[in-house]
Write a protein that binds this ligand. Structure first.
Ligand SMILES: NC(=O)c1ccc[n+]([C@@H]2O[C@H](COP(=O)([O-])OP(=O)(O)OC[C@H]3O[C@@H](n4cnc5c(N)ncnc54)[C@H](OP(=O)(O)O)[C@@H]3O)[C@@H](O)[C@H]2O)c1
Length: 274
């Protein structure tokens, strides 16, 4: 039997299935949440819609929002960080290692950068000109502007290359990896080769491809919440749109040039109105 949490009134949503809002009703068998709780979470079921109210089962994909976090940042802290968590968990970053994050200004990349800096690694990141200051403020040690520089043409050496936007390939990055270096990408690759390369390179002792299959939200959500509480993760928000401007919000995200996250506010204003 699935227990019904009841109605959650989302205040804010990131495009997709991420939610932050207030519990307005609970089923009689629910003890983990109460009316008026501020909660956030997501379902990751491809629910391609937005709504003012939603009924959810409290199956581990919801948590209370830390007191120091507003609804905007709670909504923006979810799915990008969930995928960043998969990168972090599958790599074992050690202090002093060198890592590169390709696409550090995306939702996944900007979360990964903030998580990775906790490990004391030397971080090189890529972004476009407009985001260099932001990426440096998130503690990248070195930045390549991908509109002017191709990081694969420089003689750097990395323990890990995380491509969070799938714009590179193992073939191009291989020469930059140390002898036991690891390449990992958010995408399957042009020929869907990344999972196959992951299987083959796992058998050898040299450079490897790891495919970051996401972990359960039950595992990533407590990790995200802890970093929000401790102030070691602050999700990057680019724009906020009211629900009425949802088509505009999607059009902007589909440009592939958003920075961090785009938030949809159920009753809010367009961020350019303020
Ligand atoms: N976010 C999610 O929840 C989610 C969920 C599932 C899958 N994915 C997939 O994961 C990938 C990343 O998603 P995302 O939301 O983090 O970002 P995204 O919206 O797909 O990409 C936007 C970012 O990509 C950067 N970028 C564009 N071209 C680049 C290049 N040639 N080199 C380096 N960076 C480049 C842009 O940087 P500048 O703005 O600095 O130009 C921008 O910050 C996408 O393929 C997406 O489909 C994302």
């Amino acid at each position: 039997m699935r227990f019904v949490l009841g109605l959650l009134k989302p205040r804010l949503q990131v495009l997709g299935t991420d939610l932050a809002g207030e519990v307005v009703a609970t089923g009689s068998n629910i003890s983990s949440f109460s009316v008026s709780d501020r909660v956030f979470g997501f379902t990751d079921t491809g629910l391609a819609s937005q709504a003012e109210y939603v009924a959810l089962s409290p199956t581990g994909n919801l948590a209370t929002i830390p007191d120091n976090i507003d609804y905007q940042h709670a909504a923006a802290s979810l799915e990008g960080a969930h995928y960043a968590y998969a990168f972090i968990r599958r790599a074992s970053i050690k202090p002093g290692q060198s890592i590169l994050i390709n696409g550090a200004s995306g939702a996944i990349g900007s979360a990964l950068l903030q998580f990775a800096r906790q490990y004391g690694a030397h971080i090189t990141a890529t972004c476009s000109t407009k985001n260099i200051a932001l990426i440096k403020s998130l503690a990248a040690d070195k930045v390549y502007d991908y509109t002017r520089q191709d990081f694969t043409r420089h003689n750097d050496c990395y323990d890990f290359i995380f491509d969070t936007v799938g714009k590179s390939s193992f073939g191009k990055c291989r020469p930059l990896l140390k002898s036991k270096g690891v390449y990992t990408s958010s995408e399957l690759g042009k020929f869907a080769q990344n999972p196959i390369l992951a299987a083959f390179t796992a058998l050898g002792k040299g450079k490897k491809v790891i495919f970051p299959v996401p972990y359960s939200i039950r595992e990533s959500l407590p990790f995200i919440k802890k970093h929000l509480q401790e102030g070691t993760f602050k999700p990057v928000i680019d724009r906020e749109y009211p629900l009425a401007a949802i088509a505009e919000a999607y059009a902007y995200v589909l440009t592939g040039q958003k920075t961090g996250n785009v938030v949809v506010s159920i009753q809010g204003k367009h961020s350019s109105d303020t």
